[in-house]
Design a binder for this molecule. Structure first.
Ligand SMILES: [Zn+2]
Length: 323
């Protein structure tokens, strides 16, 4: 499940609040309409009695009220007429729902009795997933719909096309296949861009994604690790880092690499590999630089379970700036 229990519960609580608020609005409507239109109150009293006697009949009991002059259908029609004549909408005294589809429960039941999340629940779920992905602003500009081959040609273009295909396949098979990608190549060739494209697609499918620049990731880990008071925070951070459906580590190699970084990187890659959770890394380092900078075990984890995807070409960000 992409949402944590507490996130799920917080969504459920918003539905409870919405139902309470809407019920209050409904009661205010009734109060106001009864005051202005006393005949409506009388009509509803009659409707109450009628329903009561129908219920009694259903249980084979005798009702105290038998002198009904109108049917339920006639009452409903008359109510509507009174309301509209006084300038109210016809449904003014109907229960109020923010989402009529699920009646503010968050779930809809189909004709076969199968319960599923309503579109309004999915919307709230998406908002949480996006917020915690750390990547919201980034993927608004970087997604498959803004992909352009304009600045690439020759071998660079072939590489970019290949990388896009790998990215699309990655998204398509994400649900069923465990895969990892390392995008490598020089600055501005689209490595982060493609990570963003993948992140956005997976978030839209309801997967949990978290994005870190390498500098930010190792800084955060160092801050929590060396703070005795942050034990619980560190524990929760590891839990997310090791269990999110997708973790993106952007710009690996731009951090100050030391033995702490190397061992944290190995733990992250290894734990995620054991949990069969996908990771995407982007780096400006080439293969031998990766081997030299990080330990052999990091390098062998990468070569054994990552697809290496090389990008090349001019720095598109610089071209865009100049133009
Ligand atoms: Zn709904």
């Amino acid at each position: 499940m992409a949402l944590s229990n507490s996130q799920y519960e917080s969504i459920i609580r918003t539905y409870e609040r919405t139902r309470d608020e809407n019920h209050q609005i409904y009661e205010e409507h009734v109060k106001e309409a009864y005051e202005k239109l006393p005949e409506l109150a009388k009509l509803d009293e009659e409707r109450g009695r009628l329903m009561e006697s129908r219920l009694s009949a259903l249980f084979g009991e005798k009702s105290e009220h038998t002198d009904h002059i109108m049917t339920l259908e006639e009452i409903a029609l008359k109510r509507k007429m009174i309301l509209t004549a006084a300038g109210y909408p016809m449904d003014y005294l109907s229960p109020v729902y923010t989402c009529p589809d699920c009646q503010d429960t968050g779930y809809i039941t189909d004709s076969e009795g199968i319960k599923s999340k309503c579109h309004c629940f999915r919307k709230q779920e998406m908002a949480i997933l996006y917020e915690q992905s750390n990547i919201q602003d980034f993927i608004e500009q970087n997604n498959f719909s803004t992909l352009s081959y304009e600045y690439c040609e020759g071998e660079d273009l072939e590489r970019l096309r290949g990388a896009v295909k790998i990215s699309l396949d990655f998204v398509k098979s994400f649900q069923n296949d465990y895969r990892n990608i390392i995008f490598f190549g020089t600055v501005g060739t689209g490595k982060s861009f493609l990570s963003g494209c993948i992140a956005r697609e997976l978030l839209n499918m309801g997967h949990s994604v978290i994005y870190f620049s390498a500098i930010n990731l190792f800084d955060t880990l160092a801050r929590y690790s060396f703070d005795a008071k942050a034990k619980e925070t560190l524990y929760n951070f590891y839990k997310d880092l090791y269990n999110y459906d997708l973790v993106i580590i952007d710009d690996l190699g731009t951090e100050v690499t030391n033995s702490f970084v190397t061992s944290q990187l190995f733990s992250c890659l290894n734990e995620r590999h054991l949990n069969k959770k996908a990771t995407i890394i982007s780096t400006n380092l080439n293969l031998s630089e990766i081997r030299d900078r990080y330990s052999d075990r990091v390098f062998s984890r990468l070569t054994s379970s990552y697809e290496f995807c090389k990008l090349s070409g001019p720095d598109v960000r610089m071209i865009k700036k100049v133009n």
